[in-house]
Design a protein around this ligand. Structure first.
Ligand SMILES: C[S@@+](CC[C@H](N)C(=O)[O-])C[C@H]1O[C@@H](n2cnc3c(N)ncnc32)[C@H](O)[C@@H]1O
Ligand code: SF4
Length: 308
């Protein structure tokens, strides 16, 4: 039986924003941006992916994926494979018409970062005014009957604004908020790690407890998208928060793919482990020395930080 995978497909590598936390490894001020694959090439890679594996869901990401002008072709192709497709976008380039087209083409969920309830803090983090456009996109998605999730990247600069973001979610009628604790393993994130990394775990837990109370009152769900070490008592107290361990490991069922078929263990890692056009994903993951080396690193932490 074919192994089932969740795939993070990084197709467009350029971006119209300049987020200070961004993990894209070419966002470090000196690494040239790699060449992106054409849509035709990406479709060949996806065909091969579906031939070799069973895909449970696929997230289209980047860079900023909405810069791909014929993105709808890819979404329609994935629709024919009956796989849920998530669009991870900064939301700044979506107008009502494009939201409608993308939804009709088959996007099941739009994931859009909102980094504070006020535009000053958000825009400081994204480097370019973007808060208003991102909020507007969320309104369009809701109006068009689409599924939206808000992504909060928790850094030292905005952790205290998480409750505001939950308020925005409640006001917009969005019940799913993904809390990604900042991981400074690559790109601008690595460069700005000193000022963005949250070292005060007690403060983080305090914010999550307040957020949990708010979420309970407003029927919101908070998902921890990156691993956070919590005690069993804390896990029990946070009944509106779902969390997961680092998926990186020899038996991992998630991976990152680019438009040429290059496979990586995690979006934060720049190490290419193999190419699915000439190797099976199962074989690439089972034989990767990088993964084997960090297999015993605690899964309650991000293993990519250790892998580099
Ligand atoms: C690299 S972005 C690409 C998609 C799109 N441009 C966006 O910003 O949503 C993918 C997701 O990773 C999040 N992200 C980026 N850098 C991060 C970091 N250092 N730690 C945690 N999450 C991060 C972004 O907020 C976004 O939700
Ligand atoms: S996090 Fe997304 S929007 Fe921000 S710079 Fe990176 S790719 Fe662009």
């Amino acid at each position: 039986m074919k192994k089932r995978y969740t795939v993070w497909f990084e197709l467009e590598l350029s971006c119209n924003l300049s987020c200070v936390f961004c993990y894209n490894h070419w966002h470090d001020g000196f690494t040239p941006r790699p060449r992106a694959a054409s849509t035709d090439r990406a479709l060949e890679v996806l065909e091969e992916l579906f031939r070799k594996t069973t895909v449970d869901s696929i997230a289209l990401s980047g860079g900023e994926i909405t810069l791909v002008m014929d993105l709808e072709r890819i979404v329609k192709f994935l629709g024919q494979k009956s796989v849920p497709v998530v669009l991870t976008t900064n939301g700044t380039l979506l107008d009502r018409k494009r939201v409608k087209t993308l939804k009709e083409s088959g996007i099941s969920t739009f994931q859009i970062p909102i980094l504070a309830g006020n535009k000053t803090i958000h825009d400081n983090l994204t480097g370019v005014p973007s808060w208003e456009k991102a909020i507007r996109s969320l309104v369009y998605i809701k109006d068009e009957g689409g599924q939206a999730a808000i992504v909060f990247v928790a850094t030292r600069a905005n952790l205290q604004y998480f409750i505001e973001v939950l308020e925005v979610a409640a006001l917009l009628g969005i019940d799913r908020v993904i809390f990604n604790k900042f991981v400074g393993a690559a790109g601008a994130g690595l460069i700005n790690r000193g000022r963005l990394h949250i070292d005060d775990v007690d403060e983080l837990v305090h914010v999550l407890k307040d957020a949990n109370d708010f979420a309970r009152m407003h029927s919101l769900k908070i998902e921890l998208g990156t691993p956070i070490t919590l005690s069993p008592t804390e896990v029990n107290q946070l009944d509106c928060v779902s969390w997961h361990k680092c998926p990186v490991g020899l038996d991992q069922s998630r991976f990152v793919l680019d438009g040429f078929g290059n496979l990586r263990a995690c979006p934060q890692s720049k190490h290419i482990l193999g190419n699915i056009m000439d190797q099976h994903p199962d074989d690439i993951l089972h034989s990767a020395p990088e993964i084997a080396l960090f297999q015993d690193h605690p899964a309650t932490e991000c293993r990519c930080l250790a892998m580099g």
